[in-house]
Design a protein around this ligand. Structure first.
Ligand SMILES: [Cu+2]
Length: 472
């Protein structure tokens, strides 16, 4: 395959040290400018502008490639809502994405997303097994890395997609400059309450993934293959087709997340806190009594029944737990209870009492947004409830545009929160460095960067902004 290397304003192949050096003077000036006033402030602005112009004036060259900082300062790419894109933007994104999947360009992204040891990128992993299991990371720092790591991962993907589109455009005799404005849109799941039609229609075929350590479920193309071996992805997506994950987050949910005072709270709510809907609690308790009678030895039913028995404050949606270990145990029990219904539904004569009881339990538990968006978007294969949609498998989800759009939405929530909060994830040293793709993996598209937490958290310096902050 031919891989183009072109130096443009979009090119971000400058070294990270170069980038740091370039951005540093501006940051310093901004900081001091905000502390001083009057003449000092004006002077600060003048110096900042001069620094920006200097960065722009640096010539791009093959031995000392530049352009990244310049691109930041020329214009930020505006990421729009997937449901607000115009036909030309949709067409451009589709051509880039399908081409990149077909070429296998997302394979490295799949491997890195699955490589938890190297990337430490999730507080809770979802296994490929059926029933699904949530696995807590060994350290809370892995959880704190979720948002910044995915921010850098999306930046790499955007850059790769632009390179892929330039390559395709050259082959097809189109103007490759259209790639400069390409962006990954966000999926405003709360307001859309569905995947936008064009996204649902975009189910690119191609790409490969590695069988994860826990194996793949029966009926999945990776089933029965040795752990670590490579298989061809068969794209699947059945949004909302899971009787226990048939609802997207509701309007009141994101304000609850954004009301967090510190980053740790914001993160907890996105990945593992499970609020209970107070008004649905009586029905859930009734459902649990039914399930205890029908499945007296089922540990999951017991755990959920115990958890919701605790006294809860009136008229507030109580949060079941704030501890990641206990939360994971509870989430797993809820997932186990859910499996009672999803497996029941596929029997020749489904027991509606069981299904109703399970649904009542799910009516009171609000699953964390990260889990909910993945499982809702992927759904279950109607022909085999043990097989879920591609976006739910951590080892193959990069080929699904819905994966990128749901994480861009989570990123937008963080971005919005950052506009009124200064808190950073409590990460230091190596934990505050992010290199989602290695320099080798990213070489062909000018990526594979290392991003520092400071860089990633400074929204004004990011090479993108959102068309709109999250608005309830
Ligand atoms: Cu992820």
């Amino acid at each position: 395959m031919s891989r183009y290397r072109q130096l443009t304003n979009e090119d971000t192949s400058m070294s990270d040290q170069d980038r740091d050096r370039r951005l540093a003077p501006r940051k310093r000036q901004r900081l001091s400018a905000s502390r001083r006033s009057g003449r000092g402030l004006i002077l600060g602005v003048v110096i900042a502008v001069a620094a920006a112009l200097t960065a722009c004036a640096n010539p791009a060259g093959p031995t000392s490639p530049t352009g990244d900082a310049a691109a930041h300062q020329h214009a930020q790419v505006v990421r729009k809502s997937a449901s607000q894109m115009n036909p030309a933007e949709i067409d451009r994104f589709e051509r880039a994405f399908s081409y990149a999947v077909g070429k296998g360009y997302f394979d490295a992204f799949n491997q890195e997303h699955q490589n938890h040891e190297r990337n430490r990128n999730h507080g809770i992993d979802l296994t490929a097994t059926s029933p699904i299991t949530a696995v807590a990371a060994p350290s809370i720092t892995w959880g704190y890395r979720l948002l910044p790591w995915h921010r850098s991962f999306i930046l790499e993907a955007e850059q790769m997609l632009r390179a892929a589109l330039r390559e395709r455009d050259r082959q097809e005799g189109r103007d490759p400059r259209e790639a400069d404005g390409l962006f990954i849109p966000y999926w405003d799941a709360v307001h859309d309450q569905a995947l936008p039609g064009w996204v649902q229609a975009l189910q690119p075929q191609g790409g490969t993934a590695l069988v994860p350590p826990e194996g793949m479920p029966k009926g999945h193309p990776g089933y029965g293959k040795p752990v670590g071996s490579r298989y061809k992805i068969v794209f699947g997506r059945w949004p909302g087709n899971n009787i226990v994950f048939d609802k997207l987050p509701q309007l009141a949910y994101v304000p609850y997340i954004l009301a967090s005072d510190d980053f740790a709270g914001l993160y907890r709510k996105i990945e593992f806190e499970t609020p209970l809907v107070q008004s649905a609690l009586p029905a859930a308790k009734e459902g649990l009594e039914t399930l205890q009678r029908r499945f007296p030895d089922n540990a999951d039913v017991q755990i959920v029944a115990e958890a919701v028995k605790q006294p809860l404050p009136q008229n507030v949606d109580a949060v079941i737990t704030q501890d990641i270990g206990a939360a994971t145990k509870f989430v797993n029990a809820v997932l186990g209870v859910g499996y009672l219904a999803t497996s029941e539904e596929f029997r020749p004569h489904p027991d509606q009492e069981v299904i109703r009881a399970v649904k009542a339990v799910y009516g009171t538990v609000v699953m964390p947004a990260h889990v909910d968006l993945h499982l809702w978007a992927g759904g279950l294969n109607p022909a085999n409830p043990d097989v879920r949609g591609t976006v739910t498998y951590f080892n193959e989800l990069a080929v699904d545009p819905a994966f990128w759009m749901l994480h861009t939405e989570l990123d937008r929530w963080w971005y919005t929160w950052e506009q009124s909060h200064t808190g950073l994830p409590q990460l230091t040293g190596d934990d505050a460095q992010f290199q989602p793709l290695t320099p080798q993996e990213g070489a062909w598209y000018g990526g594979g960067h290392t991003y520092s937490l400071t860089q990633l958290a400074a929204t004004r310096d990011l090479p993108y902004r959102y068309a709109e902050p999250y608005r309830a």
